[in-house]
Design a protein around this ligand. Sequence first.
Ligand code: FAD
Length: 382
Amino acid sequence: MSTDKQKKIAIVGAGLGGAAAAALLQEAGFNVTVYEQSEEFSRLGAGIHVGPNVMKIFRKIGLEQKLSDMASHPDFWFSRDGETGDYMSRIPLGDYALKEYGAPYITIHRGDMHATQIDHLKPGTVQFGKKLSGVEDSGDDVLLSFEDGTTARADIVVGADGINSKIREVLLGPEDPTYSGWVAHRALITGEALAKHNLSFEDCVKWWSEDRHMMVYYTTGKKDEYYYVTGVPQEKLEFEGSFIDSSREEMFEAFKGYHPVVQALIESTESVTKWPLKNRNPLPVWSEGRLVLLGDACHPMKPHMAQGACMAIEDAAMLTRCLQETGIDDYATAFKLYENNRKERATRVQSVSNANTFLRDQEDPAWVYGYDLYAQDLKTEG
Ligand code: FAD
């Protein structure tokens, strides 16, 4: 590690995966800079589940308690028939998750989680307003060019730059992600708006019918903010970009005939956005030369297992483990080891998530939540 301290790791993208990679690499003693295209981050209106598999990684980062204190801790993930309300599954979380999986299961506002991750990094780690435009791997190091005209050099570069990754493009050529044919509506509802209804709103519940669903949960420990995210088929997209405003009318139309609790949620909606769900097939390579990918840059998925960011954070933890194992000079072995120890699991999660079957019926999710990345022997063969 003594020589590694002088070597530079560049991470492109300070999303949930990039921020986790920066924290873990710093914690391991590496010298890290993160280049992020945004000028700043805002508290985007969305929630996120974080499974025990990833809370164990936040333990390593030193943020498990802080995130736990902010978050909601559902006792169950319920799946219910959208029309009749009948229970299709009751997946125990809460104390059961602590005991069986070794860490809590939380739901939280993703902006709050992200801000907590960024604040945890050493001051100056993230350079904002740095949109990567060019990458040159000379063999001895990598030259990164940014749209603002500046450049930076690094010994290795981690592409944590999301589904439209520039680093992926350098590795594999330009190719747009494919539109899955589904959109996700997202809305936050205040506790006050919920209190107006004489109904019971469960901590974490997914309402299902044949071709669509609505996932609903709290984003704070105080339960003053409730969140829904849908999956609704839409053949053609009427817009470009990452999201567009939707409306209560559109939601009533999409969830016509659904249970009174769902109708109450739509009625309580002040603003709702609509996001196209995009995808890629598993990539043939995860790294080349001094460049390596993680998270959505590598294996984007439909979000229906609530594990996309979790896989990005698991990637970050495994990549750090592998670099600790080999040192930066032997990055080629580290990258191979990383892929050997991530590809099978990330691809399995990607495929189950895309199929949107997870926890619809009673099943044992231990293969996802019980996984302890730090307890795995490293596989040298893929
Ligand atoms: P991103 O979060 O996309 O971050 C990429 C970063 O790179 C961004 O900050 C971006 O600005 C930056 N960037 C991009 N290009 C450049 C460039 N050229 N130069 C510099 N910076 C650049 N996952 C869960 O685990 N649980 C959930 O409950 C969950 N719910 C979801 C609900 C919906 C509707 C959606 C769409 C996704 C959901 N996900 C969930 C998935 C999760 O959001 C993604 O998998 C996760 O954000 C991927 O993290 P990432 O760091 O790889 O990429």
